[in-house]
Write a protein of this length. Structure first.
Length: 143
């Protein structure tokens, strides 16, 4: 996905979440398992200190839900599909297969670039907070 694509910002933010956070569960059809394994292998290579990797939870549904599962209650953080999710969830509103491919590609690019680096290190870049509501509003205005 190119930077000029209207959904590039939310795909990139979703990729940042997937790379930065540990204990990720991806609920998707089995056809995405190989891409998830590729991502896990790449995380292992680029972040050798990481001990947890994305887990695939098979569901018979075309939509994809991605959860941060570090607490007792899994927290949905990313959704690929047509139904509008809650406003604190990154919504990749496009063809699910195409969107997931773009998401994995973006994760791999971030890992290759050294993301997430280290928090609190000298000269580490602090990113601004993502505003999903603002992104959705601006996207609808530009349609």
């Amino acid at each position: 996905m190119q930077m000029i694509h209207p959904l590039w910002p939310v795909v990139r933010e979703s990729a940042r979440r997937m790379v930065r956070l540990e204990q990720i569960t991806i609920k998707s059809d089995i056809k995405y398992l190989e891409q998830i394994r590729k991502l896990s292998d790449h995380i292992s290579e680029k972040i050798p200190q990481r001990t947890t990797f994305p887990i695939h939870d098979r569901v018979d549904n075309e939509d994809i839900w991605i959860y941060h599962t570090s607490e007792e209650n899994p927290l949905p953080i990313i959704y690929l599909g047509k139904e509008r999710p809650e406003e604190d969830i990154c919504w990749i509103e496009m063809d699910v297969s195409e969107g997931f491919e773009a998401l994995i590609e973006s994760c791999l690019q971030l890992l290759d670039a050294g993301y997430p680096g280290c928090n609190g290190c000298v000269d580490s870049v602090q990113e601004g907070r993502w505003n999903e509501i603002e992104f959705r509003i601006s996207r609808k205005k530009n349609l």
